[in-house]
Ligand binder design. Structure first.
Ligand code: GAF
Length: 387
């Protein structure tokens, strides 16, 4: 039994004094490319990572819901009859928000049984690797099974997103939950966020001798506050002024008109999204035709666009990217929502120690906090675990 299986099983038994019905898990995700495009109906290309959240969940005979985890002392309890976004707060809003959101997607919450759940995870929190989507997706697949809802994974992704938007209060898109639910080992998920059509595309990192190095700056970020929402508002403003329902409807040929019509800041926000959508398409095509060693320049260009046009990078992320590139990474960019979190560096296997040492030394020289560097592999999405 893995460590996480052991801790959730023991945690469940200790807190609830009974046995769970089963264990389910879901991974965090890293986004290879396609940032702030999901809520603009655009394209993203993330993959599920080999860091997971595991839940032990048991069905009760009454209407009570109880949630506990290894990251909080408290056990949160409430009745299914009181399950509204307004009643939820703190870490328990993630799992309980999913239970509520399932009711918005067809579950009859007046008829289903209560449940108990114990949660543990090795997805780092605040690193931009979607620890929140991992919780949402693990609970969503578990409740989908025990409540026998038969919802497909694209719907479960929307359930997780709704929980995040309404119960947690972060106006995020559909990417993270989709990656966590649809991911496959050694492959990334090419997702059209408008149609939700998803294609699993082999990455071929191993064969090319490449690794994806995560550089967690440890600068914490939260998407329920500030910058994320203001970028989303700028995109909506840009789309409205350009007369389209979303920025997905624009392509690079529309940028000259956008420059004439929009104020400089809105134009740069729009240019990031339009060019980033194109970079996702180019990355998928390049990966298919030439393999992963050829995608480095697209990753670099994505970072420049986020740094200069979308303005969501921070000094630590820029330093991580510049140092990784200077030490032999073939491409690097900040990943996730920005304002902190992690960068990724696509790096030849043999250079991982050198890049790790160089980034760590560069952070120390600038007086930044010590970063955390580790390699991630593309892993399978959410699943029921063997009992
Ligand atoms: C966060 C959000 F949750 C995603 O929906 C996405 O917008 C991402 O930031 C930026 O690409 O992870």
């Amino acid at each position: 039994m893995s460590d996480l299986h052991q801790t959730v099983t023991t945690g469940f038994q200790t807190r609830f004094d009974t046995e769970p019905t089963g264990l389910w898990s879901a991974p965090g995700r890293v986004n290879l490319i396609g940032e702030h495009t999901d809520y603009n109906d655009g394209f993203v290309f993330p993959f599920a990572i080999d860091r997971r959240t595991v839940v032990a969940l048991g069905v009760r005979a009454d209407r009570l819901v109880r949630v506990a985890s290894s990251f909080a002392e408290e056990t949160v309890e409430l009745s299914l009859d009181d399950l509204t976004p307004e009643n939820l707060e703190g870490w328990s809003a993630y799992p309980l928000g999913v239970a509520w959101a399932l009711g918005q997607f067809g579950a009859d919450l007046a008829a289903v049984a209560g449940f108990e759940v114990f949660i543990d995870s090795d997805v780092p929190i605040g690193a931009g690797l979607s620890s929140s989507a991992a919780i949402e997706s693990a609970v969503a697949v578990a409740l989908n099974d025990v409540w026998q809802l038969g919802l497909d994974r694209r719907v479960l992704a929307r359930v997780g997103q709704l929980a995040e938007n309404r119960a947690v209060g972060a106006p995020t898109g559909i990417m993270d939950q989709s990656a966590s639910l649809l991911g496959r080992a050694d492959a990334a998920v090419f997702l059209d966020c408008r149609s939700l059509a998803a294609e699993v595309i082999p990455l071929g990192f191993d064969a090319a001798g490449l690794e994806l190095l995560i550089i967690d700056t440890r600068v914490s970020h939260a998407h329920s506050t500030g910058g994320y929402a203001s970028r989303r508002a700028s995109c909506e403003k840009g789309a409205q002024l350009m007369g389209v329902s979303s920025l997905r409807d624009l392509d690079v040929d529309d940028l000259a008109r956008a420059r004439d019509l929009l104020d400089d800041e809105t134009f740069r926000r729009v240019r990031h999204v339009v060019t980033e959508n194109q970079r996702v398409l180019d990355t998928v095509r390049t990966l298919r035709e030439q393999g992963p060693t050829a995608i480095g320049a697209l990753l670099d260009a994505s970072h420049v666009s986020m740094r200069d046009d979308f303005e969501i990078s921070v000094s630590e992320l820029d330093l991580a990217v510049e140092t990784a590139r200077a030490t032999g990474a073939i491409g690097a960019r900040m990943t996730g929502g920005g304002f902190g979190g992690a960068a990724i560096a696509l790096t030849p296997h043999a250079l991982i120690p050198a890049v790790t040492a160089a980034v760590t030394a560069a952070f120390a020289a600038r007086g930044f906090g010590t970063p955390d560097l580790f390699v991630v592999r593309a892993a399978d999405g959410a699943a029921r675990e063997q009992d």
